[in-house]
Design a binder for this molecule. Structure first.
Ligand code: GLU
Length: 421
């Protein structure tokens, strides 16, 4: 694959973990190859009567530990390569937190902000029809990702149910609560990151009341993280979106900023000093939260990062070259596949509730999520300390060990090789 490939970039992390894992080399090799990637064409009748044909993808990277699991992204930059990388990260994310899923991801090349609601509904339903049996409650279970939401999940679930002649809530997660969604799924990604922040207080000396936070990407995950951190006493001093950023050393009013953003206005119009996203990333804060898209932190800006910790709520925000620089700095990076795993963990709870037909209280969702995030964080932190490796490599090693156990239970060379060979 070309050196600009996101998937090739993702594999570099696997290579680093391969040096420390208990997984057999043949399993590491198997995980380098996504199981399958489907490309589909989705013809959509637009409101003006014209027909437009959109391109969509769904990749199932691995399903040895359970059905494929992962979101669907609507974005103009979606590509087969990116979807494969995102599916690969899901395999490792689910293994990191020990939930019984493999990895999957989907996407459509589209700017959804340019479509009407009726066009968006037709596109969402068309995608599910085009995928056919490539998704299903026991095979590959989608969810929201960048620029998709509970409304889109509702249409997709309804289309799948219509195709199969029966309500099928477990085919997709992140649904609206009245259609079988779980309480607590809406803020789960930000909340999972917040529970990691609470663990970091112990190991990194962060303190609500004095520690500062900068949010790069004030979307769903970034907003909820900021809300929970601010309510706890953290000072959120900067936030940005694709159009620019805002800085206020006295602390931003996160609730007011969220309302401002939800009303369609850019974050940079909020009161405070206008800064660029690059300046935001390089602020002297305690906690940096990359919560936008891939490749925000590269070898170009990594030497200027001053934060003490980086909690990656986005998928793939740091390139491998950026990572190498951060690994030698004082910045502790909590990698995406751990930091943002709260979303898929509550998706798992949603799927369990759908299959059981029995729904949990919000408190139960929060308690179980916290238990998983804390347990896995501490296991990975201990591995990092024991082996003297960066947190990201420790996380991948932890996940790869689990994947190795599952693949290994089907037999490896040791089992099949003839004696003496
Ligand atoms: N899109 C989210 C992620 O990247 C959630 C996936 C899910 O809930 O299945 O983790």
């Amino acid at each position: 694959m070309a050196s600009s490939s996101v998937y090739a970039e993702a594999l570099k992390r696997l290579d680093l973990a391969a040096e420390h894992t208990t997984a057999a080399p043949e399993i590491v090799e198997k995980l380098r190859h996504p199981k399958r990637t489907l490309e589909v064409s989705i013809p959509v009748r637009m409101d003006d009567g014209s027909l437009r044909v959109f391109t969509g993808f769904r990749c199932r990277h691995d399903d040895t530990r359970g059905p494929g699991k992962g979101g669907i992204r609507f974005h103009p930059d979606v590509s087969a390569d990116e979807v494969r990388a995102l599916a690969f990260w899901m395999t490792f994310k689910c293994a990191t937190v020990g939930i019984p899923y493999g990895g999957g991801k989907g996407g459509i090349i589209v700017d959804p902000r340019r479509l009407s609601q009726t066009e968006l509904e037709r596109l969402s339903r068309g995608y599910v029809r085009a995928l056919g049996d490539a998704i299903g409650p026991e095979t590959d279970v989608p969810a929201p990702d960048v620029y998709t939401n509970a409304q889109i999940m509702a249409w997709m679930m309804d289309e799948y149910s219509t195709m199969h002649g029966a309500p099928c809530p477990a085919v997709i997660t992140g649904k609206p609560v009245p259609l079988g969604g779980s309480l607590g799924r809406d803020d789960a990604t930000g909340r999972g990151g917040y529970y990691i922040l609470k663990e970091l207080e112990r190991v990194r000396g962060l303190k609500p009341g004095s520690s500062t936070v900068a949010i790069h990407g004030f979307g769903n995950a970034g907003q909820h993280f900021a809300r929970l951190a601010a309510a706890d006493g953290y000072r959120v001093v900067a936030a940005g979106d694709s159009r620019g950023a805002i800085h206020d050393p006295a602390g931003l009013d996160v609730e007011a900023l969220t309302d401002h953003k939800e009303s369609g206005k850019p974050v940079s119009d909020f009161k405070g000093t206008k800064i660029t996203n690059d300046q935001l990333l390089e602020l002297d804060v305690d906690v940096l939260v990359p919560a936008a898209l891939e490749n925000a932190i590269t070898e170009r800006n990594a030497p200027n990062i001053k934060a003490r910790v980086s909690i990656e709520l986005a998928n793939g925000p740091t390139t491998a070259a950026g990572d190498e620089i951060l690994a030698k700095s004082k910045c502790l990076v909590i990698p995406d596949i751990l930091a943002n795993a709260g979303g898929v963990t509550v998706s798992y709870f949603e799927w369990v509730q759908n299959k059981a037909g029995y729904y949990w209280k919000l408190e139960e969702v929060h308690t179980r999520l916290r238990e998983i995030m804390s347990r896995e964080f501490n296991a990975i932190y201990a591995l990092k300390e024991a082996k003297g490796i960066p947190m990201r490599t420790a996380t991948y090693t932890h996940a790869l060990n689990r994947l190795g156990e599952a693949h290994g239970a089907l037999g490896t060379r040791n089992l099949f090789a003839k004696k003496g060979s």
